[in-house]
Design a protein around this ligand. Structure first.
Ligand code: PHE
Length: 512
């Protein structure tokens, strides 16, 4: 039998009676552990060795944990300082003890919360008393930290006798305190099978194997005689955690692909825009609550000059006196000054207005389809389903005759591309659309129906002043909510921001 050199080395180093770990074999053969693992899998596939895998949980000190091994836990330092300050006999002001313990920054709070928890003493009305019987040297948390540190310095894992000191509750508390991290490691052990023993007894020759074809091999013609190492695509390789596109950005890109595939063109325009484009064109009365400082991020900048005068007059007329045969308008005050004020857009429908008005240079001969996937800003209260900035999937379709069926069919087709079925529609009110619908989708984890968008067919009071004389259906969908449905995230803040779990960001898949 002929085997590649590294496989032969592993085979010869393995034993039929003792399990030997990859690391032991690596040390003996001088091969890298990853090479030994690869060779072992190849040998296993040929039935010559058995590979046993065991996954064990290991504990590792964090930087903060390591620091406390050297300096002492903050609560222990507080206790020692309290003894020095005479806090056994009578309560001593907290500030004095903290100063003496040389605690600073976050260590103060850490010390103050753990000191009473561990029964080192009591804190009452700003004064501290130390319990003379507390035995800080017997603190189980400190013992586990010390044992882990000893293990790091030790040459073999057995030198750190962790099992003697670590009970699960103590370890759990250290993990919660961020002093210890859990990790898991896989140990692979190799034993010779009967076939492996037979092969060795009959004799195995080393075949010269080549893992890479080089120019030298080609030039010399040697490639004809060598044996090439086979790829083993199933062998474990170290995980490389490089950068990747954020799951939300990936979802946005996917949304763009889907909409382009459905025949839409992309719109672009300013994040900071005049109230005219954000609200007035949308027949939003100037005293509408969404237009107050409660909801809107107003900007202290010059008013917007470049708005076509003719259009301002038409929009003003729609607000004051109405538009169309049945239009009655609001008969409420309307100020051009307010219309020119600049704010962060609360929706990207401002872009739809710019495009439908013709000033963005869009083609306006029906049928037309336009979209954007852009950021909007709202002065909302942060909660599991609301952010102050989020991405809106804006879109509109212009055609001679549109109905609610077209609107619903478009959404069903769009969401189906992400594997989302069973979208539900709820009648709604917008000043700018009639009829209007909110969209709901079922959350894959909680089963709850969450709002994913808002839509409708623009009123004549919107399309008329813009100079559009056919139907326009439009919508604003929340990208983050779509991502919640596709990733199963239950809190919008799991998707981005400080609460987002790095493992989730590394592994989240964009489904479609
Ligand atoms: N502007 C609406 C929102 O932000 C979405 C929408 C756009 C609704 C266009 C109808 C028509 O909720």
């Amino acid at each position: 039998m002929r085997l590649p050199k590294r496989q032969l080395a592993v085979l010869e180093s393995a034993s039929a009676t003792d399990e030997r770990t990859v690391e032991e074999i690596a040390a003996e053969t001088g091969l890298k552990p990853a090479t030994v693992t690869g060779a072992a899998f190849d040998l296993r596939d040929d039935g010559l060795v058995a590979v046993d895998e065991r996954t064990a949980e290991t504990l590792e000190l964090t930087d903060e944990g390591r620091r406390y091994v050297d300096d002492g836990l903050p609560e222990t330092r507080l206790y020692r300082a309290a003894l020095d300050a005479g806090a056994v006999d009578e309560p001593v002001p907290m500030g004095a003890v903290i100063g003496r313990a040389e605690l600073d920054g976050p260590e103060v709070d850490i010390a103050l919360s753990n000191f009473p928890r561990k029964g080192f003493g009591a804190i009452d009305s700003g004064e501290l008393t130390a319990d003379p019987d507390a035995d800080v040297d017997a603190d189980p948390e400190a013992a586990v930290l010390a044992a882990l540190a000893a293990g790091e310095d030790a040459t073999t894992a057995d030198d750190a006798d962790l099992s003697a000191v670590a009970d699960e509750a103590t370890v759990g508390r250290l993990v919660d305190r961020g002093l210890v991290e859990r990790a898991s490691s896989t140990t692979r052990s190799i034993t010779l099978t009967d076939d492996g023993v037979d092969a060795l007894m009959t004799g195995v020759e080393a075949a010269e194997t080549v893992s890479e074809l080089t120019p030298e091999l080609l030039a010399s013609g040697e490639w004809r005689d060598v044996e090439f190492a086979a790829y083993n695509v199933e062998a474990d390789a170290p995980a490389i955690e490089g950068g990747r596109k954020h799951v939300l950005r990936e979802t946005a890109d996917r949304v763009k692909d889907v909409l382009v595939g459905m025949g839409f063109q992309e719109m672009e325009g300013p994040h900071a825009d005049s109230d005219f484009w954000i609200n007035d064109c949308l027949f939003m009365p100037q005293d509408h609550p969404a237009r107050t400082h409660w909801d809107r991020f107003a900007l202290d900048v010059d008013p917007m000059e470049a708005i076509p005068d003719e259009l301002i007059r038409r929009v003003e007329a729609a607000h004051r006196d109405g538009w169309g045969i049945d239009g009655d308008g609001y008969h409420s005050p309307w100020s051009e000054e307010f219309a020119r004020e600049v704010a962060l857009r609360g929706h990207t429908t401002s872009l739809s207005m710019r495009y439908l008005s013709g000033i963005a240079g869009a083609e306006l001969e029906p049928p037309q389809r336009y979209f954007s996937v852009e950021k909007v800003y709202r002065n909302d209260t942060l909660d599991p389903t609301h952010l102050l900035e989020f991405f809106q999937i804006e879109g509109w379709v212009m055609a001679e005759d549109l109905s609610v069926r077209d609107l619903m069919g478009t959404f069903e087709e769009f969401y189906r591309q992400f594997g989302i079925e069973g979208i539900r529609f709820k009648p709604h009110y917008n000043p700018y659309t009639e009829p209007s619908f909110e969209l709901f989708g079922e959350h894959p984890e909680t089963g709850e129906e969450i709002e994913i968008g808002n839509s409708g067919i623009f009123r004549e009071e919107v399309t008329g002043p813009l100079g559009v004389d056919c139907d326009v259906m439009a919508w604003g969908l929340a990208l983050e909510r779509l991502a919640m449905l596709t990733t199963g995230a239950e809190d919008i803040r799991d998707l981005h921001g400080t609460l987002a779990d790095i493992e989730f960001l590394r592994n989240a898949e964009v489904t479609y």
